[in-house]
Ligand binder design. Structure first.
Ligand SMILES: *[C@@H]1O[C@H](CO)[C@@H](O)[C@H](O)[C@H]1NC(C)=O
Ligand SMILES: *[C@@H]1O[C@H](CO)[C@@H](O)[C@H](O)[C@H]1NC(C)=O
Ligand SMILES: *[C@@H]1O[C@H](CO)[C@@H](O)[C@H](O)[C@H]1NC(C)=O
Ligand SMILES: *[C@@H]1O[C@H](CO)[C@@H](O)[C@H](O)[C@H]1NC(C)=O
Length: 377
């Protein structure tokens, strides 16, 4: 009995001193970085993050191996060492795929045991050779029930391989994550392989943004990453609830927060709320704007107004006929508090280079001490 108490006390002490001893994972405060995103690796304030994702490694559709393009090889190999200069405990993950990668190649790779093996084996080798602590799969998106089934096999085999490799190498197991749709079914149709996601991934990154853009719908302004939607349409909170209802615990969920917004063109300058009449994008690239550019727009445009709408949990700003829906301080604070109150593992940002001198990164980080829930009692 006494020894049990001693053990509990010891565990608690270890838990306080070294949070890794706690049950479950510590809070995740993460961000993605990619080359040409507007920030050098050495300029990332890694003290604001627990995990940094380096994006993207590629899937070779011929060999089914994971590769790093020659132009990225240098920077990626220095990523971990560089970000750990400011924060020695920050963990890094190599992210594979991305929104513009070849999803047919992922489907093909996942469909056969031998090609899955090539993917898995090469991913582990690359992660170790470049000193990453983990791997992140960003397959956007599996498009059928059979692709989802194959994804499940891939995740389970990946976890088994990572466990074996850790045993053989004596190193800590690589972290395994995936960036997934905000809800548990892609396009409301294809259900992710829930048991495999739960047992084989450390967590999933919910891409809770891009619900709307000026080309969909073009006729009214929308918040592209609202936490709530009073009419029950896509929102961050509905996605979280959906994943939980599907059977993935809150402790596996990491909420995605965009450091960018979309600019719509208002039909009338004096009608400027959410759902105001619009006619498409204001500006190139379907109106995409980085947070730092939105702050510049607000600072430099006479009469620009910033609004926080707590019904949707969304910021927007407008001036003349330009209307931009995005995440500013209030939105981020509310989302991070929501994630914490609902027992989520944490949050991640897409992407660090779009921030304005780390204002948003700091805003999220300020609020978090997710750890309170992690004590093993
Ligand atoms: C995408 O992958 C498929 C399947 O592996 C392959 O046939 C196709 O050539 C790839 N497309 C491009 C543009 O690389
Ligand atoms: C990859 O495959 C080779 C050859 O089968 C094997 O020697 C090596 O241990 C594997 N590496 C990993 C990380 O699984
Ligand atoms: C948020 O915007 C909606 C739609 O324009 C509006 O009905 C609602 O009153 C706004 N909420 C707040 C708190 O202003
Ligand atoms: C957002 O919060 C940060 C501090 O976390 C502050 O420096 C910045 O001025 C705030 N930005 C706005 C637009 O209120």
């Amino acid at each position: 009995m006494a020894s049990t108490i001693k053990f509990i006390l010891l565990s608690l002490t270890l838990c306080v001193l070294h949070l890794n001893f706690c049950h479950g994972q510590n809070a995740v405060k993460a961000g993605y970085w990619f080359p040409d995103s507007g920030i050098e690796i050495s300029d990332i304030d890694s003290t604001l993050f627990t995990h940094l994702f380096c994006a993207f490694a590629d899937l070779d559709s011929q060999s089914n191996k994971v590769t790093i393009s020659s132009s990225n090889a240098g920077p990626f190999s220095q990523f971990t060492k560089t970000v750990q200069l400011k924060n020695p405990s920050v963990k890094t993950l190599l992210s594979i795929g991305g929104g513009s990668s070849n999803r047919t190649a992922f489907a093909s790779m996942a469909s056969q045991p031998t090609s899955r093996k090539s993917f898995i084996n090469s991913s582990i080798k690359l992660a170790r050779a470049n000193s990453f602590h983990g791997l992140d799969l960003d397959w956007e998106y599996p498009q059928s029930a059979s692709e989802m089934k194959n994804l499940g096999s891939l995740l389970d085999e990946w976890r088994a391989a990572v466990a074996t490799e850790a045993k053989n190498s004596g190193k800590p197991q690589l972290i395994l994550t995936a960036a997934v749709s905000f809800a548990s079914k892609v396009d409301g149709l294809y259900q992710y392989p829930i048991p495999s996601v739960s047992r084989s991934l450390d967590w999933i990154n919910l891409m809770a943004y891009d619900f709307y853009a000026p080309d969909r719908p073009s006729t009214s302004t929308r918040c592209h990453a609202a936490l709530k939607d009073p009419s029950g349409q896509a929102s961050g909170s509905s996605g979280i609830a959906d994943w939980e209802n599907a059977g993935v615990g809150a402790k596996k969920l990491v909420l995605g927060i965009p450091f960018y917004g979309y600019a719509w063109r208002l039909v009338k300058a004096n009608n400027h709320g959410i759902l105001a009449p619009a006619n498409g994008a204001a500006g190139p690239d379907n109106g995409v704007k980085r947070y730092q550019d939105i702050r510049t727009f607000v600072a430099q445009t006479p009469g620009a107004v910033v609004v926080y709408n707590s019904t949707y949990v969304c910021n927007y700003c407008y001036a003349g006929t330009t209307w931009i829906g995005y995440d500013d301080n209030q939105t981020i604070s509310t989302k991070v508090s929501y994630a914490k109150q609902n027992g989520l593992l944490g949050y991640f940002a897409w992407h660090i280079g779009a921030d304005n001198n780390f204002a948003l990164s700091r805003q999220g980080q300020l609020l978090t001490s997710f750890q309170d829930k992690q004590f093993p009692v």
